[in-house]
Design a protein around this ligand. Structure first.
Ligand code: HEC
Length: 211
């Protein structure tokens, strides 16, 4: 009996230790380079960004309020003011406001910070961004186009709750099961937009995440 109690006591201490460790260690900061891109005001570049954001890169299916998602699916170009949410065991996820609003949107983020989130999953504060957006292999030209489009939107004031990790998400981050993955090689500077199998492969794998 005594032995069982002792084993139980050790288990309780171990589990309590693990819980405390995860609570302290989960919020790791990561380093990643800032992609060398600069938003453009060229209308062709912005048009390409808009096409990607509402088409193959589908930013519009998450970065809009929940009650607008079906409108976006139906082809409406609603500003990307954020709001999609997903409550799953690792955490309560919220897709932030991507319009240029200074307080509630991306107004204060640099082009490099925005591009780094898409390519490396590292947020402006160094945190690991939850892997909903595997755009690591997207070309520099397409990252530029998307950031240029985001900057060209009207600023919409829309406060979105921050993503909140639950214990499971914190544990996955603590033990490195979720971490910024980086790029496989050097992403292309640009790709030739044409009706080729090569371009189709790029769109399917590096932009639309059909993988
Ligand atoms: C499947 C849903 C989904 C898609 C598609 C998606 N995102 Fe996100 N995005 C999210 C979620 C959820 C977060 C918050 C993640 C977190 O806080 O860990 C996020 C965070 C971000 C952030 C960080 C903003 C901040 O304030 O820190 C940026 C920038 C971003 N997304 C840009 C984009 C762009 C650009 C696209 C399209 C090319 C896109 N996202 C597509 C769900 C999505």
């Amino acid at each position: 009996m005594k032995i069982i109690l002792r084993i139980l006591a050790v288990l309780v201490v171990l589990i309590a230790g693990l819980v405390v460790y995860v609570q302290v260690a989960w919020n790791k900061k990561f380093e990643a380079p800032y992609p060398d891109i600069k938003a453009s005001t060229d209308s062709a570049v912005i048009a390409r960004g808009k096409y990607l954001a509402y088409g193959p890169a589908h930013c519009g299916t998450c970065h809009v309020p929940m009650d607008k998602i079906m409108d976006v699916e139906g082809g409406e170009l609603i500003p990307l003011s954020g709001g999609w949410e997903l409550d799953i065991p690792p955490g309560e996820m919220h897709a932030p406001n991507l319009t240029p609003d200074m307080e509630t949107g991306i107004g204060k983020m640099t082009d490099g910070e925005l591009a780094r989130i898409m390519r490396y999953m590292v947020g402006s504060d160094g945190r690991c961004i939850f892997p909903f957006m595997p755009f690591a292999e997207m070309s520099d030209a397409d990252l530029t186009a998307i950031v240029s489009y985001l900057r060209s939107q009207p600023a919409v004031k829309h406060e979105v709750k921050r993503t909140e990790m639950k214990f499971l998400g914190k544990a996955l981050l603590t033990f490195g099961a979720i971490k910024p993955t980086g790029t496989k090689g050097t992403p292309p500077k640009s790709v030739v937009i044409d009706s080729t199998a090569e371009y189709g492969k790029y769109l399917a794998n590096s932009v639309a995440n059909c993988l």
